[in-house]
Structures are given as structure tokens and as C-alpha cells.
Design a protein around this ligand. Structure first.
Ligand SMILES: [Ca+2]
Length: 88
């Protein structure tokens, strides 16, 4: 879950305290997660009125990537591209 800019994560679908806690992003933005750098680990991001801010860690701080895509009234969707036919 995310409250304000504080992310509280658990590694299992069970009750209990957060196992990872850090601050990241704009409290007005929508939290998103994805494997932004392709290393197999999903990490946090924020989407605010067309601005994507992505991180590659769980330590908070400034985003490693920011870009504009979408705008007011758009909602974020994260997806994983399928491998090209014949690739790996
Ligand atoms: Ca990653």
C-alpha cells in the first residue's frame, strides 16, 4: 500500500507489518510497479497527470527515469512486452 509518499510492502499475501518501507514520489500521483530496467525485479513508480517517475530500487529518493506520456484524465497501465517471435 501507499499512504502519501510512503510505500509499505509485504512479500507475501498475508496479514502483518510492512517488510519494506520507503518514501517515493508525489502524493497526488498513482502508484505503479514494473520492471523498468529489465532485470527481473519489479520496482516502484508514480504517474501524475501524464508524468511518469520510475525508480529501480526500494530505497526511495529521486526517480531514475522521468518522462511524459498521457495527460489529465488518463490512467496508468503497466504491461510487459512479449518476446519477439524467435527471440531467446
Ligand atoms: Ca527492475
Amino acid at each position: 500500500m501507499v499512504r502519501g509518499t510512503t510505500w509499505m510492502l509485504r512479500n507475501t499475501a498475508s496479514s502483518g507489518p510492512a517488510e519494506i518501507t520507503f518514501d517515493f514520489g508525489d502524493p497526488a500521483g498513482a502508484p505503479v510497479v514494473g520492471d523498468w530496467n529489465g532485470n527481473g525485479v519489479d520496482t516502484p513508480g508514480r504517474y501524475t497527470a501524464g508524468l511518469w517517475e520510475l525508480s529501480d530500487s526500494f530505497s526511495g529518493g529521486a526517480p531514475v527515469v522521468s518522462f511524459s506520456f498521457g495527460g489529465a484524465g488518463s490512467r496508468p497501465v503497466v504491461w510487459r512486452r512479449l518476446p519477439e517471435p524467435g527471440a531467446g
